[in-house]
Design a protein around this ligand. Sequence first.
Ligand code: ZN
Length: 263
Amino acid sequence: MKKIHVTIWNEYVHERAEGEYGERLRGFYPQGIHNALKEELAADDLEISAVSLDMPEQGLPDDLLQKTDVLLWWGHCAHGKVADELVDKIQQRVLAGMGLIVLHSGHYSKIFRRLTGTSCSLRWRELGEKERVWVVDPQHPIAQGVPDSFVVPNTEMYGEPFGIPPEAHVVFISWYEGGNVFRSGVTFQRGQGKIFYFSPGHETFPIYRQPEVIKVLGNAARWAAQTLPNAKTDCWNQDPAPEKVYSENPMDKIDTSSLHKKA
Ligand code: ZN
């Protein structure tokens, strides 16, 4: 059986912060969120790499990106440090078929905003309040084995309006103690690539140690993984046509080949 190659990318900044804040995070994520997720998601059908922004080529050299079937993305304060050239490459991989799972504050990452084409803005509040996550599409592969609803005891509130494209397919909706609601699990397709955004994962609480959250992410990795060969993402000239063209070409005598050359 071919294993699914999962790459977990993390900016890995908060977990290395000094003082009480950093110590708290290291208490549940001693090697960072990416390595914690690697541990939690470990399974026979997955081959998992955990990488971070400070690594060579910002953690995603071409050979790793090419073999990645599904990429998980956690970022917050360092979105601006991700090279535009890398964002271009990830976008091309998604269009060609690689899956992408965007986590929590990754809603504002360059790659998610690039692929959605929208603001990806939302309301937020950091009071450590309770969140109840509801499954609204129980048939969806990402919801299999997930209870009808589950509680994240303490979290940061993310609330509507969420600036995502209207075609977002909603799998989870969250209610917060303070009264807000949020489309906390949504899917998209871009080119041949499947995309899932999942909001639970605020770094100051051990949310990625919660079994329901890990169940969702494991399901999402298997759902989004690339299963077809890379799709073509550039244009190509289909000449000759599969059917005979009888019309006389008014442009027959004029050479237009230069119009199609790339600058
Ligand atoms: Zn947060």
